[in-house]
Structures are given as C-alpha cells and as structure tokens.
Design a protein around this ligand. Structure first.
Ligand code: HEM
Length: 468
C-alpha cells in the first residue's frame, strides 16, 4: 500500500512495456509523445522504472502547485550518491537542498546578472565564423558546432578561460574528458539501476579517471582566480567594464557577505553551471536553426528583421537591439516550447494532493515540461512550429502552460544568460549565412532526436553558405 494513492483515486499507470521499449530504443520523448488523452485528463500518470514508481505531471496547474511550493517542502529528489551525475555535480546548486542550496543561490543570482556580456558572446560567435571557414566542410553538424560555441562562451564568461574549441577540429583534451563524463552522467540505465555504477567495469574506470582530471583542471582555475582577485585588491584596481566573470563575482560576494564558500563548493558550482548551461542552450539554438532551415520564409523574415535593426554589416548586437527583435524572439520562444529541458524532479516530503489524487509521502515526482508544452487544452496544433503564436497580444490563459526554464524558487538561474546567448548566435548567423536542409536530410519531416536524457538532435546536418 506504500506506493498506492491510499487517500484518493488511483493515478493512471503507463504500461511497463512501452516505457522500457522507448528507453532502450529511442529518445525518451517517445514515452511522452505517446501520452494518450487519458493522461492529459488526469494531469498525472505513474510509471515504474526499475525499483521505483515515478509520478509524472503533465498538467500546467499541477506543475504550478509543485514548482511554486517552498523548496523545503518539495526538495530536489535525492538521487543515489552512486550515480555519475552526483559524483560529478557534487553538492552544487543543482542538486543541493535547504541552507546549502540557499547559499549557492544567493551567490549565483547576482553573479549571473554581472556576467551578461553581449561583447564576449559575440566575439566567440565571430571566432566560430573563422572556424567554419577553415575547418568545416558542408554539410555542417550544427549541434556539434553549437556545443563548441556554448563551451567557449561559458569558459570565457564563467571563468575567463578559453577552451580553444574553435581553434581546430581536434577537441581540446579537457573537453573530450567532459564528453566522456557526460556519457555516464546521461545514461538512463545507470539511473535506473544505480548498483551498476559500483561495478569495476572499464566504462566506470574511465569515467572516474575523467572526473579526477576535470577536477584538477577546475581547482587550478579557482586558484588562479583567487590570485587574480588578491592582486587586484592589493593594487586597489577596479575593472574597466561593468561585466565580471562569474567565478570572480562569486569569490567577491562570498568574501563580502561572509558566506565563506569553500573551494569544493566553488568546484561543484562551476561544474553545475557548465553542465546545466551547455547542452541545453546548444539544443535550443539547434532547433531554431533547424526550423529556420525547414521554413525558408521564416528565415527570410527573421533576417530582414535583424537587418532592419542593426544594418546589413556583420556586427555584435547590443542588449537593447536584441530586445527589439520581436520575430527572432518568437522563434526562440517557440523552439523552447517544442524542445524544453524535458523533466524536473522533486520529492514529496508529505502526502500531497493534486486534484483528485493524493500522492504518498516520499513519492518521486517529475514535471514533464515537454508534455505541459503540448497540452491541447492550451496549445492549438501543439506539434506545429509556429512563432506567430507569440506575436499576438493575447494573454495566455494559463501562464504555467509554458515553463521551459521551470518556475518557482528552483527555476533556471541561467535563463537570461541563455536567452542572450541564443539571440546573439542566431542574429549573427542570420547576418553572415543562409542555410538549408540537405536534400536527403533525415529531418525533412520533423526533428529526429537521439537517445539521450536531454533532448538532442540526431546528426543534424545543415548546408550553410555565406551571404554575398
Ligand atoms: C535553453 C537553455 C536552458 C534551459 C532550457 C534550462 C532549463 C532549466 C530548468 C528547467 C531548470 C530547473 C531544473 C529543476 O528544477 O530540476 C534549470 C535549472 C538550472 N539551470 Fe538552466 N536551462 C538553460 C540554460 C542554462 C544556462 C546557460 C545555465 C548556466 C550557465 C543554467 C544553469 C542552471 C542552474 C544552475 C539551475 C539550477 C537552479 C537551482 O536549482 O536553483 N541553465 N534550468
């Protein structure tokens, strides 16, 4: 009875076989895309994965109730510490709870605001154009290229470090290590059966050694930044511009507010920002680039808008100019609707009612942002990519039907950063290039995703040519 909804109605259960099949064979969005109407009616369904039941919210109202609740009542779900994701992320902002999380958040929020720099982001985009000209043959694997760009942007904005991902096709050693780490971090099977992580397999050994190397790299950067800050203070130097690297801001704030954040906490947070910000933003820009390739009239309209605001010469847009780009922003919003971060996980510390259902204490509960974004109650032709829906002045009937960055106390701390980055990359691409899908593209009808925890396109190749 522990797993039953002993007080209310029974939550509809998704059959085991389709869930297992989709995890083994396809992107896990498949589970969601087969959501029958019945689950939209109930607003929630339950699935059994390995030893646990997972409740999944698909209704905007239930999402609001869960996500806007205090973080102490519905904390982040405490995954097994054996999981690669926890070994890598540690107790940084993403998975910590309570006082520890509040300290991280207090330090991160202002640091992110100070880190918003169109100039640094735009310079990286300019570098990517040189890289494209030198290293890349058509068609271009756009997601791979965007990962290089977002890694470089984060490196420079977060801790003033250039990874060199746009110098040559050969990836820098530390970025290759990061990719190795992420294959274990994102493995679905390792999530469901945590004991597999303890086995002395070759894969586990390679993972552990890559984490060690990545740690060494991050600790060295922290030391360097501490020295830089101390030097600056000694010379009583102020930075010439308003922007500041994320890590320096956090070091300064922790001293000023006496929060005494240790080196391990800084390491965890750097890694948290790095992982939370890279693949998500790459996916989002990839899907915008994809839809603009699939629908040339949208690409033309977006380009005309950018040119009307900043002219036809290649320039880095200012923050104000970016805000003026209404159509481009509608494209970005719509991409984030179609492909948001798929799921957010929480734990219920007490029995909690969602409509007719009462879920037991300690339930693992997730919000499917994807399902909420495709609920026919709120979205006409939900599976159609249509930026126009963002251009009317009509207010959405339920603001929680759109939650790409989540909502409430644990919403995305990097959302302004990501939105600025997306706008800059796409606006500058529109000025520099025209692009299209190759004749034989597997994505002709719809974006095909790969089998991963986060949404990720499968070999998304695009023909790109410079505008004359
Ligand atoms: C398109 C891009 C992005 C999307 C769709 C996205 C989405 C999300 C979502 C849905 C959450 C809530 C997770 C949860 O509650 O379990 C979240 C949290 C977070 N995101 Fe993002 N994110 C994006 C970009 C970024 C960037 C660029 C950064 C940093 C550089 C970042 C850093 C974080 C962090 C640190 C958290 C945890 C906040 C907390 O728990 O207090 N994200 N993000």
């Amino acid at each position: 009875r522990k797993h039953n909804n002993f007080l209310g109605k029974e939550v509809p259960k998704i059959p085991f076989l389709p869930v297992a099949w989709s995890i083994l064979t396809g992107p896990h969005v498949e589970v969601l895309e087969t959501i029958p109407d019945e689950y939209y009616q109930s607003g929630i369904y339950k699935a059994r994965l390995g030893p646990n039941d997972y409740y999944t919210i698909v209704s905007a109202d239930f999402a609001r109730k869960l996500l806007t609740e205090s973080e102490d009542v519905v904390p982040k779900y405490k995954f097994s510490s054996e999981l690669p994701v926890l070994k890598f992320y540690g107790t940084g902002i993403v998975f910590s709870n309570g006082e520890q999380w509040r300290t991280h958040r207090k330090l991160s929020n202002p640091a992110f605001n100070r880190a918003l720099s169109p100039k640094v982001m735009g310079d990286v985009v300019l570098e990517s154009f040189k890289y494209l000209r030198k290293e890349i043959h058509q068609p271009v694997d756009i997601y791979e290229l965007l990962q290089r760009i977002t890694t470089e942007v984060l490196g420079q904005v977060a801790f003033g470090y250039s990874f060199g991902t746009l110098k040559s096709k050969e990836l820098p050693d530390i970025v290759r290590k990061y990719k190795i780490i992420m294959t274990n971090v994102e493995s679905y099977i390792l999530y469901i059966f945590p004991f597999l992580n303890k086995l002395p397999t070759r894969k586990n050994k390679i993972f552990n050694s890559a984490v060690k190397d990545f740690d060494k790299f991050v600790f060295e950067i922290i030391d360097l930044k501490r020295i830089e800050l101390a030097k600056r203070k000694k010379l009583n130097e102020k930075k010439k511009c308003n922007n500041e690297e994320l890590l320096i801001s956090m070091l300064e704030a922790s001293e000023q507010e006496n929060l005494n954040i240790g080196t391990k906490d800084l390491r965890d947070n750097i890694i948290n920002f790095f992982s939370a910000g890279n693949d998500t933003t790459s996916m989002s820009v990839s899907s915008s680039i994809y839809y603009l390739a699939k629908y040339p009239h949208m690409q033309k309209r977006a380009r005309e808008e950018v040119i009307s605001i900043i002219g036809n010469e290649l320039k880095i847009p200012t923050a104000d100019q970016l805000k003026e780009m209404k159509y481009l922003n509608a494209v970005i919003k719509e991409s984030l609707r179609r492909y948001p971060a798929p799921m957010t996980y929480r734990q219920l510390l007490k029995p909690t009612q969602f409509g007719e259902y009462v879920l037991p204490e300690n339930s693992i509960i997730r919000v499917s942002n994807f399902a909420v974004h495709h609920d026919p109650k709120y979205w006409d032709n939900a599976y159609t990519f249509d930026p126009e829906r963002w251009l009317t002045n009509e207010k959405r009937s339920n603001q929680y039907s759109y939650i790409p960055f989540s909502v409430g106390p644990r919403n995305c701390v990097g959302q302004n950063f990501s939105i600025m980055e997306q706008r800059i990359i796409i606006a500058m691409f529109l000025l520099k290039y025209e692009w299209s899908l190759p004749e034989n593209s597997i994505h002709k009808d719809e974006l095909v995703l790969s089998n991963a925890f986060l949404f990720r396109p499968k070999n998304l190749e695009i023909n790109i040519k410079e505008r004359v």
